[in-house]
Design a protein around this ligand. Structure first.
Ligand code: ADE
Ligand code: ZN
Length: 344
């Protein structure tokens, strides 16, 4: 297959996004619009100034700017508009299904109601299905810079909205916050029927990935690139079929890896770890959504067609869709392969 056809094939594959923070898709223009209607002053002169500040040296340097952005989101309409804007942007990417993080603690701490967050986002997700045919689920993402008591309170406050929240994840600063601190939190989430994932091994060591698997019981690992130096942990994830939601552009821009080819994509493929590519916080990374992540990996690494088919299938396999939707998405991959004469 020539290069142009291969890029077209990659674009045509049905996509599933499993690692995207809704607050990380707040484009600077929408941030200003929402701040304006809420009568809030923001510490930036213009959307361009926010974009200029997106020049990060580490995960923490990103998080400091990112949590500033959270502060404009206050009402049901704000959360609805946030989710809707994401679906509108990705409707051109053949995205079929998304499992989307939201971070209530940075909102409830300012007095925003859990109901407005969850029901606003749910309305945006319903519009995403109605207008663009994209199915979705919400994942409540706990923030490690809050204490365990606050995490437990947050989960309890979310229980009345359980039917709208598929899973629980965890993110924010990693160094200094080992997974062992969160046993009780994740046990509570599991006992209440939530699916479980966590950011682990973004800046943290392989042991943080191991602990997340063995102690927290994660079903997916978000980022996971930090385990690359310990083949035993890589093998653990391959053996247990715990997929890694990789974010190639994010990892380069947050200086977690030197470049996309230098990240462990090749290593994980060869070790039989399930992987998929995701956008993480697209609006803070130069408006790079899932399509740009797929394209960047192809342009910089040139994976073979069979590997792209495997990645499209892995994303579907790792997702939390029901059996019927999984079968239908896998059949769509087969149909695209047939169209391009790719043997399956
Ligand atoms: N919150 C949003 N994006 C994140 C990332 N890449 N790592 C940790 N926490 C995050
Ligand atoms: Zn993330």
């Amino acid at each position: 297959m020539d290069t142009a056809t291969k890029l077209e094939f990659i674009q045509a594959l049905p996509k599933v996004e499993l690692h995207m923070h809704l607050e990380g898709s707040l484009e600077p223009e929408l941030l200003f619009e929402i701040a304006g209607r809420n009568g809030l002053k923001v510490p930036f002169a213009s959307p361009e100034e926010i974009r200029e500040k997106c020049n990060f040296t580490s995960l923490q340097s990103f998080l400091d700017l990112y949590y500033e952005g959270h502060k404009v989101l206050c009402t049901h309409a704000d959360f609805k508009d946030l989710a809707y804007a994401y679906f509108k942007r990705v409707s051109v990417t053949n995205l079929r299904h998304a499992e989307l993080f939201f971070e209530p603690q940075e909102h409830t701490v300012r007095g925003v109601k859990m109901e407005d967050i969850v029901m606003g986002l749910t309305e945006g997700c319903e519009l995403g299905l109605k207008e663009f045919g994209i199915t979705s689920e919400l994942i409540l993402c706990l923030l490690r810079h809050y204490d365990v008591a606050n995490m437990m309170d947050t989960l309890k406050a979310a229980l009345p909205f359980k039917q709208y929240i598929k899973g629980v994840g965890m993110c924010s600063t990693e160094i200094g916050y080992p997974p062992t601190l969160y046993t009780e939190v994740f046990q509570f989430a599991k006992d209440n029927g939530f699916r479980i994932t966590s950011h682990a091994g973004e800046e943290g060591p392989p042991d943080f990935v191991r602990q997340s698997v063995e102690i927290l019981g994660i079903e997916r690992c978000d980022h996971g690139i930090g385990m690359r130096s310990d083949p035993a942990v890589v093998k653990l994830l391959a053996d247990k079929k715990i997929g890694v939601t990789m974010c190639p552009i994010s990892n380069v821009l947050l200086k977690v890896t030197k470049s996309i080819p230098y990240s462990p994509i090749r290593q994980y493929l060869d070790a039989g770890v399930m992987i998929c590519f995701n956008s993480d916080d697209p609006s803070y990374f130069g408006s790079t959504y899932i399509d740009e992540n797929y394209e960047a990996v192809e342009k910089e690494m040139g994976l073979c067609v069979a590997e792209w088919v495997k990645i499209a299938r892995d994303a579907i396999t790792m997702s939390w869709v029901d059996d019927a939707e999984r079968a239908s998405l896998l059949a769509e991959v087969d149909a695209v392969c047939a169209k391009y004469g790719v043997a399956v």
